[in-house]
Design a protein around this ligand. Structure first.
Ligand SMILES: [Zn+2]
Length: 186
């Protein structure tokens, strides 16, 4: 019988966050998903830009404010054009930006972590404290380690058999490199 550590790394490219909130049309709490479309409203020289979410059940829309009453000149021209073009990559980037949800007081659906057969959750990366706080709001305990490599190593040392590494797009390639390197050291 082998006592060699069996370590499975799994990288999951997380899609945009889902929002869980009351849907007035459905009359109960429902999941809202990223439509990857923007809404831009110009009023004089002030701009409002929203990322449009919609209820998965009835498509009732939920607008998440990216910019509110901002001077046109203060928004980068290139980004402005991408809003008008409904640039999918930009919409996904905002859909994974936890600060957008905090700003809009939109509850992100972390419930699938709750009660799942998870031993521990470690949040990592430059936004790890924001993320940890967000989880705390919904009563999910987590540990924080800003350094991704340290976080993975610590969990491999002290964790159980399977380690799942969930990354957002920004961290995808750097995290993959870290895991590749660790695999080489095994
Ligand atoms: Zn609905």
């Amino acid at each position: 019988m082998s006592y060699l550590r069996e370590i499975r790394y799994e990288i999951v490219l997380e899609d945009s966050f889902w929002v869980f909130r009351n849907c007035p049309k459905c009359g109960r709490k429902a999941h809202f998903i990223n439509t990857k479309k923007f809404r831009v409203n110009a009023n004089g020289n002030k701009l409002d830009v929203w990322l449009i979410y919609q209820c998965r059940e009835c498509r009732h829309t939920l607008n998440l404010a990216i910019y509110e009453r901002r001077k046109v000149s203060s928004i980068p021209r290139e980004e402005y054009q991408r809003f008008l073009d409904n640039d999918e990559e930009l919409a996904e980037m905002y859909g994974r930006n936890i600060q957008l949800f905090q700003k809009n007081r939109a509850d992100v659906d972390f419930d699938r972590f709750k009660g799942a057969n998870v031993n521990s959750i470690t949040v990592s990366g430059i936004r790890c404290y924001d993320m940890g706080l967000r989880l705390k709001y919904v009563d999910i305990e987590s540990m924080s380690q800003p350094d991704v490599e340290k976080a993975v190593c610590e969990r491999v040392e002290n964790g159980c058999k399977n380690l799942y590494v969930l990354v957002n797009y920004t961290a995808l390639f750097s995290t993959r490199n870290v895991l590749k390197r660790l695999e080489g050291n095994k």
